[in-house]
Design a protein. Structure first.
Length: 263
């Protein structure tokens, strides 16, 4: 491992420790009066699933010099932890807070959306590890594009359909489930778009845009669904939420399967 990689490993460990400490310690320190045990468990499940996505990708379809090396797999696992912690902090700034909305306010709608954002971030980071490249900065650039798309989707579905208010203020569980599924779907599509061998930054951006456009269609569709449901359709119906969530996830599955692994 080179000097710069050692520095990045240490920096990733520090960032992961700080961000995940701030994110996850409240799940253990807050009393059950503030945060029900089931809620805290689901938060941990979401993080665990995101880590399974990251490590599973690293161990199976990442660059050949990564998946065959315990040292480099560990390197990117630690970077993935830092990435997840940073994404949690980013969504806090964008109005979806683990501590405030999920734990202290015991908002099940926010829990569903937060879980989707966390798992989506796992897909976004994992995708950037698929394909060969000269160094860790290629992963940062590619996964960064996917994560920007993920965060932009949260903002977009709110701008079009007011989803953030429905989730954090109105506590609409149906909206939380739909948006959570959307964020997983966007993370998966963005992760696939971020995959591929590194040629240059401009090439990475170009191929990302070409592969990721279906995510924008899903965001517009989801925003329209939230807008329609906000006008009087029974948005809290579990059937409506499950149907919409299934459509988003199935659409992402079709897109990723159709595009396949990068050549």
């Amino acid at each position: 491992m080179s000097d710069d990689e050692t520095l990045v490993l240490v920096a990733s460990g520090v960032v992961a420790a700080i961000t995940l400490w701030r994110a996850l310690v409240p799940t253990m320190s807050l009393s059950s009066l503030h945060a029900p045990t089931a809620t805290r468990r689901w938060v941990w499940v979401a993080f665990a699933l995101a880590l399974v996505v990251v490590h599973g990708t690293l161990a199976t379809i990442s660059a050949s010099d990564v998946r065959t090396s315990v040292e480099y797999t560990f390197f990117y696992d630690v970077m993935g932890l830092a990435w997840l912690g940073t994404t949690v902090a980013l969504f806090h700034l964008l109005g979806l807070s683990l501590r405030d909305d999920v734990l202290e306010r015991r908002n099940p709608a926010a829990l569903a959306a937060f879980a989707g954002a966390t798992i989506g971030a796992g897909f976004a980071f994992a995708g950037g590890n698929v394909g060969d490249g000269p160094g860790w900065w290629c992963v940062v650039a590619a996964s960064g594009l996917a994560t920007i798309l993920l965060a932009g989707s949260w903002l977009g579905v709110h701008l079009v359909g007011g989803a953030a208010d429905a989730i954090t203020i109105d506590r609409d569980v149906g909206s939380g489930v739909r948006v959570g599924a959307l964020l997983i779907a966007v993370g998966a599509i963005g992760g696939r778009a971020a995959a591929g061998d590194w040629v240059s930054l401009s090439h990475t951006i170009e191929t990302f845009v070409v592969a990721a456009w279906p995510a924008l269609v899903l965001v517009v569709l989801a925003g329209a669904v939230e807008r329609v449901l906000a006008r009087g359709v029974p948005s809290r119906s579990s059937a409506v939420a499950i149907l919409a969530a299934s459509v988003y996830l199935a659409s992402a599955g079709v897109v990723v399967a159709a595009q396949g692994l990068p050549a």
